[in-house]
Ligand binder design. Sequence first.
Ligand code: COA
Length: 532
Amino acid sequence: MTVLPTALDTNSPEYAANRGSMAEKLAELETEHAKALAGGGEKYVTRHRGRGKLPARERIELLVDPDTPFLELSPLAAWGSDCAVGASLVTGIGVVEGVECLITANDPTVRGGASNPWTLKKALRANEIAFANRLPVISLVESGGADLPSQKEIFIPGGALFRDLTRLSAAGIPTVAVVFGNSTAGGAYVPGMSDHTVMIKEQSKVFLGGPPLVKMATGEESDDESLGGAEMHARTSGLADHFAVDEHDAIRQARRIVARLNWRKAHTDPGPAEPPKYDEDELLGIVPGDLKAPFDPREVIARLVDGSDFDTFKPLYGPSLVTGWARLHGYPVGILANAQGVLFSEESQKAAQFIQLANQRDIPLLFLHNTTGYMVGKEYEQGGIIKHGAMMINAVANSKVPHLSVLMGASYGAGHYGMCGRAYDPRFLFAWPSSKSAVMGPQQLAGVLSIVARASAAAKGQPYDDEADAGLRALVEQQIEAESLPMFLSGRLYDDGVIDPRDTRTVLGMCLSAIHTAPVEGARGGFGVFRM
Ligand code: COA
């Protein structure tokens, strides 16, 4: 065994300070998560319950197997926008009749469950996850359709939702729609494009146009039930495959559908795994409040992987990036973790080689971010940092094994790309509350802007106002700092969630399990031209 040692002193003032800073950020995070859980607020939740209906999360809770966890994704979607935190949609991965499924549920307490641009982004991300990992999709539908005032942002791109459902079906990935209420206009295509549909007596309303629209269009007098009730769809139109008498019955029937899918994962479950040798709770005290101070990512790895057992690859070469092999909940993983923040040529080449090895061996990769980017300066440019960074980015971009990314600390510049940032399609990307991500640090960015402005004034022969410059720098720094924070980035769907560091092993284990529903196969060749 190659068990990682620890040098973490849990009695040191640094540890206490790091923990204090993380605790503060976790408390802020909890406040924001509570907003998503509150949905449309007490008034709308009470009204919803008063109608004998269950809230979205309770529907999910009844759908998944008893005592199994639900990995909620993008709970902070729409954070920092005018729309409600959570974007009127709950998405996540849960186990139904032993099958890991991608579950989505409209939250009808938020503007009638209508979809705004953030809802759309969140739903499309959920579909992407279902596709990449071959997870059956269960949609719990109750939505006012497009959020009408923002229709210009969603109508045209929103067609992708229905396209995805039928493409999932074409790829042999089952899709199930359970309609709890309104599912009109475009929304009608959710049951319309799903493989299996369940509708509920006197609750489901599935029509292209409701009674007022029909009256306007053709003059015909009609009512909800005859246009799109469950009874009509079950007996007459044939759109409903299953007729449920109430919400509990609908959920029971959805579970039976999944039980009969004959769904088999591509890989078998590796079974129980040895926990890490060190307490996961200590993950709270590793990342310093000030990200300029370095930390040893091996302390994190030691608290994430099975038995804290880690075989380092090339420990003496490019030491600012730790690479090595481990198992996480029994699944093999190759880990790339930033150590000193900066990526040099050696680190980049080592990463490219390591990624190729993982592809040859069909081993998923885990990227643990704490990087300020690739090294700049004459010596490094002359040493070929661009070609070497490009090698790493080439390897990441064309790698075919599943990637998982966790932003622990800094994730700046092209370092974010090389470490498999959002644009490089990691299967899942999570951020710790301590993380920050941007093109560069706020001070550096403000400083660069100031130098450029000063040079521009000099070129025009104009005087430079130093006082205004200081004010502007402070303002820019503030803005960039705010835009680098995980809640802001999560709000824009640039991650799949901000997680408590203590949950990292569990979250990654659930992701790895979901990932192994699809075959894990690395690229044998197929990389771009590596500049040597
Ligand atoms: N766009 C924007 N806001 C919407 C909306 C939509 N599609 N659907 C509902 N809302 C708003 C309502 O205006 C209301 O706001 P308020 O409480 O501030 O007044 C809030 O969401 C709740 O709606 P309400 O009608 O009170 O809820 P309900 O549960 O009784 O009915 C619906 C829900 C969805 C049946 C009903 O709101 C409706 O028919 N909406 C329009 C559906 C539609 O035709 N959409 C177009 C599809 S492309």
